[in-house]
Design a protein around this ligand. Sequence first.
Ligand code: ADP
Length: 460
Amino acid sequence: MHTRSLRFRLAFWYFCTVAAICACAAAGYWVSIRSGLNHALDQGLRYRLIGLREFLDEIEPGGHDEIAARLDEISLLGELYLVYDAGGSLIAQSRGLARHDVAEPPPADLGFDIRYASGGPPDFRLRLAWQQVTIGSHTLILGVADPQRKFEGVLGAFTTVLALSIPAVLVVATGCGVWLGRRALAPVARIADEARAIGERNLSARLAVPESRDELQQLSETLNDMLERIEQSFTRTRQFTADASHELRAPMTLIHTAAQHALRRERSRDDLIDGMEKILRESTRTTLLIDDLLQLARGDAGKDAVALVPMDAAPLLRDAAEQAAAMAASKGILVGLDVEAEALPVTADDAQLRRLLLILTDNALKYTPAGGRVTIGGRRVADGVTITVADTGAGIAPDDLPHVFERFWRADKVRSRDAGGTGLGLTIAAQIAERHGARVEVESEPGRGSVFTVRMPRAD
Ligand code: ADP
């Protein structure tokens, strides 16, 4: 439906453009032909005016009556003239003009140069040439005229040609417009058909790309790129759903088994407490996992609004270090704080930045054995503030480094799970950083430790 309307619009605009061009060209030709014809008339009038003046010069008339009488002779030969005296009174009028009752007054400020003008009644339009002359002692205004209808036939024939040819040109142009529109839009219709055939089930299908090196090739390639991105995001979502279900299934199975085991036969109080503790542990883990999933989903949907305000990150680092030290004491890990500047100005959401720090320090404590050290650092750099969480723990293998921010990715599933990890911590950390215009980087050496660096942009 839209294709048809676009085609119609193209044809319509094509029609309008051609019609406007035709109208301008016709008007231009018409005006120039008419002024050409007037020019031809003016040339004739000029010679006749000169002739009239010479005739009067030759006869050397004594008075106005003689002028009228002598001119009447040439009036019989068909000459059209008007003669006024300097005061503007009509002295002589040719018979032809008298017959049509034409006594056209001369132009107001006429000098000794020849002046051309159009005049006469509507049914007898005239072209006139005027000049003021001195004949002997008389100052006269001479006017000679020529009927414009002389050339009206030529103009009329030209107008007829225009009136017939313009509609014909418009019909042909509209036909061409419709044909061109259909031809130009045919590939678009094909692309639309192909795109319509791509759905959830065949998301890996792509549009045929014409080697035309034009907008259509560009359009097909752009749509293919978009399909690629949609497919990737679809695959990621599918994978995420599968992983999330799998992750949720494990604790649920454990809870189910523990409950079944407790109920199968008569149990001692200690056995029951043991079973209940298992159930409690797993349900706490499940709640944590669901919390993480919720936070990620809200982040993905852009719903978890961050209230970015200018603030000092140093107190947050101090709090994080204190909190980590409290957790680390029982594990025999030393926690240090290494904040160089007095203040670390950032634009951040307090709660979210604390969450990010908690994820990184929590990981550092989880993957660092007793006797190790975790250092929380902060410093001002040229383009903002860097926050680091360094540990002397297990480290991450170079091959694993690119995966640590992936959802549910864990180098050691069992170990992470036992330590209470969900495999979503770093994904959430990266998401929080992204919403602050920051990024999280990691450097690590297996066996020696890891350094996670958050690069916050300048507070301004
Ligand atoms: P988890 O809940 O498993 O800790 P994360 O997304 O926080 O999930 O981390 C993903 C994986 O990255 C972890 O399972 C672990 O293998 C690795 N990792 C994260 N932080 C560290 C660290 N400080 N030292 C060593 N390995 C780490």
